[in-house]
Design a protein around this ligand. Structure first.
Ligand code: CP
Ligand code: NVA
Length: 318
């Protein structure tokens, strides 16, 4: 049975923990990466631009011994030139795994439903689970543990935050979120993550005041105020997020030794200042690097160990 990775809850907590351990081991042993994707091909189907997700997946597949095909919006025109289910079924006959970056999360679900090979969500409007793997991996590296850490998130209740709270809740990291009115995280994701947090000795809190949430924080996280696809709302969003900038004054209120995370790309001067991006607490480049190692562990888990063949028509007829 193929496994997909569309959201963090697609992994059992134990699988998530093991994946993070494996990512750390693959990082430490990068020079001798196991060639577990030899003879296998992974397709990247991206409807939005990307640097980290695309390059980290391409390099991960290549270092694992596999081949990779990148298909941008103009190549496939998902849902426009061809129905999502047709692309999913046909691509599954060619390749052994698919990384999809799309708009509506329902597209990712529809794609995964019809694909017969593992589908990885490389970002949808709702969640960004691959990012969250690297985020918690970076926290683990910085503090040597996850359980009991306190993270603060300032800004938009968006895809990056949704996956972050889903991962943190399962790993015992408390998250306090400061978001302006109208930009709180998705209520269903929040409720489910709050329940997971309580089961794992952590908590989730939502406030309006950034100063309130950064007090006692080990990590402060922020993301852009205008996500891909929201460009028409830019002026309105810039007004709404005024006062939600991660700057030196806000950072001063956190614990000494507090670290700064950002999924990147960053809009310096909007959600984060240049000095905070460049300052010693900033782990943003390590965090971006960790995408590579986390992706490798994920590919190994979903594709490397599976006996799944891309050629399902042959299987059916023999
Ligand atoms: N953080 C992240 O997903 O970056 P890209 O959009 O460049 O892939
Ligand atoms: N929230 C951002 C994340 C980019 C990696 C977006 O969706 O554009």
């Amino acid at each position: 049975m193929k496994r997909d990775f569309l959201t963090i809850p697609d992994l059992k907590v134990e699988e998530l923990r093991k994946l993070l351990q494996r990512a750390a081991a693959l990082k430490a042993g990068r020079a001798s990466t196991p060639q577990i994707l030899q003879g296998k091909t992974v397709a990247l189907v991206f409807q939005k631009p990307s640097m980290r997700t695309r390059v980290a997946f391409e390099v991960a597949v290549l270092e694992l011994g596999g081949a990779v095909i990148y298909l941008g919006q103009e190549d496939i025109q998902l849902g426009r030139r061809e129905a999502v289910k047709d692309v999913a079924r046909v691509l599954s006959r060619y390749v052994h795994g698919i990384v999809l970056r799309t708009f509506g999360h329902a597209n990712a679900e529809e794609f995964a439903k019809h694909a017969t090979v593992p589908v990885i969500n490389g970002l949808s409007d709702l969640v960004h689970p691959c990012q969250a793997l690297a985020d918690v991996m970076t926290m683990q590296e910085a503090f040597g543990r996850l359980q009991g850490l306190k993270a603060a998130y300032i800004g938009d209740g968006n895809n990056v935050l949704h996956s972050l709270i889903e991962a943190c809740a399962r790993l015992g990291v408390s998250v306090a979120v400061a978001a302006p009115k109208g930009y709180a995280p998705n209520a269903a994701i929040w409720k489910a993550a709050k329940w997971e947090a309580s089961r794992h000795g952590a908590s989730l809190e939502l406030a309006a005041d950034p100063k309130q949430v950064v007090r006692g924080a080990d990590v402060i996280y922020t993301d852009v105020w205008v996500s891909m696809g929201q460009e028409p709302e830019r002026a309105k969003r810039l007004r709404a997020f005024k006062g939600y900038q991660l700057n030196a004054a806000l950072l001063k209120l956190a614990k000494p030794g507090c670290k700064v995370l950002h999924c990147l790309p960053a809009h310096r001067g909007e959600e984060i200042t240049d000095d905070v991006m460049e300052g010693p607490p900033s782990l943003v480049v390590d965090q971006a690097e960790n995408r590579l190692h986390a992706h490798k562990a994920l590919l190994e888990f979903l594709i490397g160990s599976s006996q799944q063949s891309a050629h399902s028509s042959q299987q059916k007829h023999t």
